[in-house]
Design a protein around this ligand. Structure first.
Ligand code: PRP
Length: 203
């Protein structure tokens, strides 16, 4: 029997995802934190898990090498991959994607926007009728607005502490974000029984 492989996003999502699995009586046979193994068995004979960077989850699912994924809606909005189905909103790792900047900043045409999310950003500003130039950064996005490298940023806000501590404010909500369980469409057809069993356990 080919086992199912579940890819979980690193970082905040991972902690809450492992908690959710534990609550559903799905346990890793080795600690994903302590072990250097990249694929870890679980107490479900048909399920292994792997932990990867968020943006890699849709890539693995698209390839068909990985069956299931736990990934933020932000990552799904940013990807052009479309060979997956959204099975369930897990309601974990809740946060929001916002435009932020210095207090009083008014959104206008031709702004420079720094973000990890160029696709979402371009689309949002385009839909608002505000052409903009996007600067892609990979972390600590707030710095761009603090240093004036960009006019505003598009970033995730969870508690709001990072914005506050850096003298920035939320200017506009783009999207509420939670993490979803996704599945490769073909895998869902072939492995329906095991996937439904897994789904029932985490319901
Ligand atoms: C995320 C996000 C914000 C921060 C928001 O960054 O990009 O910087 O968390 O959280 P808060 O509202 O609770 O303060 P992350 O910690 O993932 O690191 P990064 O900046 O390197 O992406």
């Amino acid at each position: 029997m080919k086992k199912l492989l579940l890819a979980i996003s690193k970082g905040r999502i991972l902690e809450e995802a492992l908690e959710l699995l534990e609550k559903s009586n799905i346990k890793c046979l080795e600690s994903p934190h302590a072990s250097r193994k990249l694929i870890i068995e679980t107490n479900l004979k048909f399920l292994d898990i792997m932990i990867v960077r968020a943006s890699d989850v849709p890539v693995y699912i698209e390839s068909g090498k990985v069956d299931l994924g736990i990934v933020g809606k932000d990552t799904l909005l940013e990807t052009s991959a479309n060979s997956h189905l959204r099975l369930k909103d897990l309601n974990i790792a809740a946060c929001k994607l916002v435009i932020a900047g210095k207090k009083g900043k008014i959104l206008a045409s031709n702004m420079k926007v720094a973000t990890k999310y160029p696709m979402i950003t371009k689309k949002f500003f385009q839909d608002e009728g505000l052409p903009c130039s996007v600067l892609k950064l990979y972390g600590s996005i707030e710095l761009a607005a603090v240093l004036g490298l960009s006019d505003v940023i598009v970033d995730l806000v969870e508690t709001g502490q990072t914005l506050k501590d850096n003298g920035l404010v939320e200017l506009q909500l783009i999207e509420k974000i939670t993490s979803l369980l996704i599945v490769n469409k073909t895998s869902y057809k072939i492995n329906r029984q095991h996937i439904d069993h897994f789904l029932n356990k985490i319901n």
